[in-house]
Design a protein around this ligand. Structure first.
Ligand code: FAD
Length: 533
């Protein structure tokens, strides 16, 4: 197979035109092209003309001769092997079973790959199975009732379950592990298009049933998933882990424990620190969610092509390096989605965003956040970032007026430095509701300064971004983990053997795809350790 890239066609081309373009690009007789598949499809909107840009894998006769003709042309190369190869297989008589703590994307992939290699993992997840969890999560949004063990952050599927389900990442992936993640998602019910769209997403509802299907496969392969099993302690033997203790007093013994905790397991981080597990503080970002009418973003991004079914609701990605040294950027943009209440702790308010596959809600939302770092903003050790987050989230709860209402402000008022008293043309989507106020009262001054500076820059890229009535809802405090549970090349904690920190909570992923990829990596590390490789 040959891979050709940068094949550009008009937005409304026919399938036949694509086939013709492939043959004419290769200057091969049409009969020599035995077939082709789309590896990636993206778009190019430069110079006001919207085109689709393809990477195509072509099965073609006389491949070697043809390839030689394109020598030196970086648009043509042999199709790389993107298949996944297991690092080993568990011997049938193996008694030891690995434990995976947490069943978010990282824990799911760690458990799935271990199960596929025959290791029969035991998964311990503090939250509930996904359908029950969905009800609990809606309890906060509809009735202001928070279940601290079953919510947007905790439960089957992890933090990304109620999300936009964006499935792209900027990680380096020379082994094509991201492809394995996407392939497993398709097997579990995701639309095939995620394999070839440049910026695929699956939305919330599909994620729920996919997670159930992946759970079923792990169980079928001999794994176990135990819900409502919170790990409260480690069983240590010197510098070796021997198992975990559960909140209900039970114990699960294992010499191989994966910690796929996510970034919100603050109580578990505290326990790990008490147990002396090596951790270090790391940078993250804080800010607010910003909501615009989706039609404004579509018009700014797609122009006359807005509304075209192949393009869908437009997204954006913005960055500004502010004069005070801070990076201001858009985070986790959710086209046609809603802002969600994402706290896992009582009397705290945290925002995030989600959408359905259709992305057809009236507002676009994204995090509008500012970088912070341990050296300057929260010195004092690995857990200092947690205190910093908690303080901001408590202030947001108070300013929201209680009952998990979030403080909100019109962008125009934020820019003018005055409190908002009423909404304008944009109706905020956050539930249970918002209280109009002055967000500068609780955001650190350097954030306010950097955000105000960034807005005109962003408006130059997205016309209308500085809309007076755009709504800011706060606070966005959990953009990534505030700490890293550092591991060595063997995937194990720097000072506790047999402990495998992984995923977003350990500081090794940010997003569903990268957490899944890290789950695969850590499963491989566990397998190698168990096989003595
Ligand atoms: P998590 O998904 O956080 O999973 C950790 C799991 O561990 C949880 O289920 C938790 O209950 C469990 N756990 C924690 N402590 C314990 C314990 N002591 N004992 C037992 N179990 C424990 N990313 C994207 O790429 N695209 C998106 O569109 C997107 N949207 C998002 C929307 C929202 C609302 C949120 C909150 C996040 C979103 N993200 C998105 C981020 C993404 O969800 C995370 O990056 C990803 O889920 C991290 O995966 P993880 O497995 O490392 O951790």
């Amino acid at each position: 197979m040959l891979r050709i890239s940068e094949l550009k066609l008009p937005l409304d081309h026919t399938p036949e035109e694509l086939a013709d373009a492939v043959a004419s690009f290769l200057k091969a007789p049409a009969d020599d092209v035995r077939g082709f598949t789309v590896f990636k499809r993206s778009y190019d909107a430069r110079k006001g003309v919207m085109s689709l840009v393809y990477i195509i894998d072509v099965d073609v006769a006389n491949e070697d001769k043809l390839f030689a003709r394109f020598k030196g042309d970086r648009r043509v190369m042999p199709t790389p092997d993107t298949n996944y190869y297991y690092v080993g297989q568990a011997p049938a008589q193996l008694k030891q079973r690995p434990v995976v703590v947490g069943f978010g994307p990282c824990g799911i992939f760690a458990a799935l790959i271990l199960a596929q290699m025959g290791f029969k993992p035991i998964v311990l997840e503090r939250g509930k199975e996904v359908r029950q969890r969905t009800k609990d999560t809606w309890g906060l949004w509809r009735k202001s009732e928070l279940n601290t063990e079953s919510n947007v952050q905790y439960g089957e599927g992890g933090a990304g379950t109620f999300s936009d389900g964006k499935l792209y990442s900027q990680i380096k992936d020379p082994r094509h592990l991201g492809r394995k993640v996407l392939t497993e998602f398709v097997k579990a019910g995701a639309p095939e298009e995620i394999l070839y769209l440049a910026r695929p997403h699956i939305g919330t509802f599909r994620l729920v049933s996919m997670v159930e299907n992946m759970r079923a496969e792990i169980i079928e392969l001999g794994g176990e998933i135990r819900f409502e099993q919170r790990v409260d302690d480690l069983i240590l033997d010197g510098d070796r882990v021997r198992g975990v203790k559960l909140a209900d007093g039970g114990e699960v013994l294992s010499d191989h424990v994966v910690l796929a905790l996510g970034h919100s397991a603050r109580d578990t981080f505290q326990m790990l620190e008490k147990r002396g597990v090596y951790m270090e503080a790391k940078p993250f970002s804080v800010g607010v969610r910003i909501e615009h009418p989706q039609s404004l973003i579509d018009a700014a991004r797609w122009g006359k092509y807005a509304g075209h079914p192949l393009l869908g609701a437009a997204d954006y990605k913005l960055v500004h390096h502010a004069g005070n040294g801070r990076a201001v950027y858009s985070f986790c943009m959710c086209p046609g989605g809603t802002v969600v209440a994402a706290t896992s702790e009582e009397k705290r308010v945290v925002t995030n965003g989600m959408s359905q596959y259709s992305r057809n809600e009236r507002n676009a939302n994204s995090g509008f956040v500012v970088s912070i770092s341990p050296e300057v903003d929260y010195p004092g050790g690995p857990l200092a970032g947690l205190d910093f987050q908690r303080e901001l989230e408590s202030k947001a709860y108070e300013l929201g007026g209680g009952d998990y209402f979030a403080p909100a402000q019109l962008l125009g008022d934020f820019m003018a430095g005055k409190a908002s008293t009423q909404l304008g043309e944009v109706e905020p989507s956050y539930k249970p509701g918002v209280t109009m106020t002055d967000l500068a009262r609780i955001l650190p001054d350097f954030c306010v300064e950097a955000m105000r500076e960034a807005i005109p820059h962003f408006a130059r890229q997205i016309r209308g971004y500085d809309l007076h009535d755009a709504v800011l809802t706060g606070l966005e405090t959990r953009t990534s983990s505030p700490l890293r549970i550092t591991r060595g090349d063997d995937g194990q904690s720097l000072n506790i053997k047999g402990l495998f920190p992984a995923g977003e909570g350990a500081g090794y992923a940010g997003g569903i795809l990268s957490a899944g990829v890290d789950g695969i990596k850590v499963a491989e590390a566990v397998a190698k350790a168990m096989l003595g490789q």
